[in-house]
Design a protein. Structure first.
Length: 101
């Protein structure tokens, strides 16, 4: 995950070059990733500082159109139940208790 400041810099640059006030100068920006897995690394930072460095916590995030994948193409048929269970945990839908060590 990239710091939100990098996205802000790219946004300002793409607005300045063509002299366009639209987000990212009206250019299409494609991002991919899973916010549950990858957060920005903040040296000696607290949880709140790490989350504040994330793009999702900035008002620039509202300018993105979010698309979600609905089918896991990488999981084998024998792994579907497990992969669905992992997604439910990530979305807070599973009532199962997890103990992190």
């Amino acid at each position: 995950m990239t710091y939100v400041h990098a996205f802000i810099a790219v946004d300002k640059l793409l607005q300045d070059l063509p002299n366009c006030s639209l987000a990212f100068g009206g250019k299409v920006i494609l991002l991919g990733g899973d916010f549950r897995q990858v957060l920005p690394v903040v040296l000696k930072g607290s949880r709140s500082l790490t989350l504040a460095s994330c793009l999702k916590k900035h008002n620039l995030w509202s300018k993105f159109i979010k698309l979600n994948l609905i089918k896991n193409m990488r999981a084998l048929e024998t792994e579907r139940k497990f992969s669905n269970w992992l997604l439910e945990i990530g979305e807070g839908k599973s009532g199962d208790m997890l103990i992190l060590i």
